[in-house]
Write a protein that binds this ligand. Sequence first.
Ligand SMILES: [Zn+2]
Length: 158
Amino acid sequence: MSLFFHCVHVKFCSSTAASGMYKIVRPAVGESLREMPLAELKNKYRKLSSIEKARSGWEDEYEVSSKQCMHGPKCKLANYCTVGRRIQEVNVLGGLILPVWGTIEKALSKQARQSHKRLRVVRLETTADNKRIVGLLVPNAAVETVLQDLAWVQDIDD
Ligand SMILES: [Zn+2]
């Protein structure tokens, strides 16, 4: 059984018959971890009259969430905000990072947000060509500072 509900965001809900709970799938972030009982679902969301309305609402949000966070165009963090964004840009510094470790650490320590100051090693695999990359995660807000502070590395290469 499938139901379509609508409020601010469009959600697709399907029941997991055994438990009477509903799985929630959002266009921007996919399946939600938390399941919802029907009573709460009916309380929070309104059932749509037509599948066509559900489809167009879903497609609109799917499109918008590729470029915009869930706070909308007036978000304080603008392009840096990734909350509810379907497509996120992540900067990973790979290659020979040990020699520049200290420089990056210093650049990140200048960041305003506590979560951006921490050095984080990430591993990722690209979907297009299954390339594996290990590197340091550079928060989007810190990219400029890090690049500035790494300018001396380029000088050595030249
Ligand atoms: Zn935001």
